[in-house]
Design a protein around this ligand. Structure first.
Ligand code: HEC
Ligand code: HEC
Length: 358
């Protein structure tokens, strides 16, 4: 990437962090955006980003050499994979939806249950996961080391050709931090460009920040409070009883020391990490940036369309939840809300050339 591109990104980051989504009158709290997307212990360089991009697209990262990170985080699909529940290692089945990686640099917690907090930590999980890339980290280090081009690049980036999982993760994380939503009309609108939104999107904006109470949870740069809420989203009927999904569910629960894992019928969400009963079936508030590109929606992709999501929220969420109330939106209001999300939150397409893998 050229120097002017870097300056541009730096400028965008700076400009974006000035925008704090205005609260609805009923919204609880607003926190200024605090997290610098660039950690001091992993400085961003163009060479590191390029190396990270190569690794992101390299199928050597999976056990049988069939999958790269980009298999489930596809650039054209907003870095998600378009499936309700994500793809998985051959013969196994995943249990959750692949989230977008757009603006992931700004997320305080990673995964639907927030079990990782830095991109450097996160990157090794899918490689190790039996139902994702099913790779052995000692082995992948040796596989990458056997490629002269990688040796050369690790040398350039890290000052020695020592190829470790930590360095691989650092490079991948640096690449992920360049996946930024740019030029979304919302940013322009919040910067006093009143023509940035169509009249219907403006109506949707008013509902989003007012009657719809969306900004109680969707605010800040990513339209997320970085918190976990139990909306009681239904299980996906197609997958709840799928024996392979059930095996994955029991396996993850067992890894997380959930005692009754054999009888588990649903996704416990954040509870698996905290063991706090208030977190039962709570999931991270996801970013809404580029939401038009990242369906199906929710942690298990149970909703195919934004209309489905809006209907679910309008009825006050799932049975027994303590966080949402019915909104009583009429048809025109629901449509405007959708137009707002599709129009205002869509940034430029992320155009990416698949790198040449050595
Ligand atoms: C087989 C599909 C698959 C592959 C391959 C895969 N991912 Fe993912 N990714 C997912 C799913 C599914 C989740 C959500 C899992 C969860 O919440 O438990 C996820 C979550 C993430 C997140 C967290 C995003 C957020 O907003 O919380 C990041 C970052 C990420 N993946 C990066 C990567 C990287 C880097 C690689 C390659 C090393 C990779 N993924 C490979 C399916 C995949
Ligand atoms: C109490 C907090 C809260 C409120 C209020 C709220 N949301 Fe959400 N929203 C969430 C959480 C948590 C999820 C993820 C649930 C899951 O994955 O199961 C979510 C998911 C979504 C999704 C799906 C995103 C994806 O990538 O799958 C959309 C779209 C959405 N909300 C829009 C809205 C709109 C529009 C409103 C207002 C009508 C609203 N939300 C109000 C917390 C909230």
């Amino acid at each position: 990437m050229s120097k002017s591109n870097w300056l541009f990104i730096a400028f965008i980051l700076y400009a974006m962090h000035l925008f704090i989504f205005p609260p609805a009158s009923s919204a609880g709290h607003l926190e200024p955006f605090k997290h610098s997307p660039f950690p001091q212990n992993n400085p961003q360089t163009p060479e590191k980003v390029e190396l990270g991009k190569m690794l992101f697209f390299d199928r050597r990262l999976s056990g049988d050499g069939t999958m790269s990170c980009a298999t489930c985080h596809i650039p054209e699909l907003g870095l998600s994979d378009g499936q309700a529940i994500s793809l998985s290692y051959p013969t196994t089945k995943n249990w959750r939806n692949s989230p977008t990686l757009i603006n992931v640099a700004f997320s305080k917690f990673l995964f639907h249950d927030g079990r990782a907090e830095t991109l450097e930590d996160q990157a090794l999980f899918p490689m190790m996961s039996s139902f994702e890339m099913n790779q052995n980290l000692d082995f992948v280090e040796e596989e990458i080391r056997s490629v002269p081009e990688y040796l050369k690049r690790f040398n350039e980036v890290f000052g020695s050709d020592d190829i470790t999982r930590e360095r691989m993760a650092m490079a991948i994380a640096a690449f992920e931090r360049t996946l930024i939503s740019r030029n979304a009309p919302l940013d322009s609108y919040l910067n006093d460009n009143m023509d940035a939104l169509s009249p219907e999107a403006k109506t949707g904006y008013e509902i989003f920040t007012g009657k719809g109470k969306c900004t109680e949870c969707h605010y800040n740069i990513n339209l997320s409070d970085d918190k976990f809420h139990a909306l009681n989203v239904p299980e996906h009927p197609e997958f709840q009883t799928d024996p392979r999904v059930a095996a994955t569910r029991r396996f993850v629960a067992k890894l997380n020391h959930y005692e009754d894992f054999r009888n588990l019928q649903e996704d416990p969400g954040r509870y698996l990490i905290t063991k706090d009963k208030n977190d039962w079936r709570a999931f991270k508030t996801p970013t809404l940036r580029d939401i038009a590109k990242t369906g199906p929606y929710m942690h298990n992709g149970v909703f195919e369309t934004l209309e489905d999501v809006i209907d679910f929220l309008d009825q006050g969420g799932g049975p027994g939840n303590a966080v949402l109330k019915p909104l009583h939106l009429n048809g025109a209001e629901k449509r405007a809300l959708k137009v707002f999300m599709v129009e205002a939150l869509s940034g430029d397409d992320i155009i990416m050339h698949t790198p040449k893998i050595p």
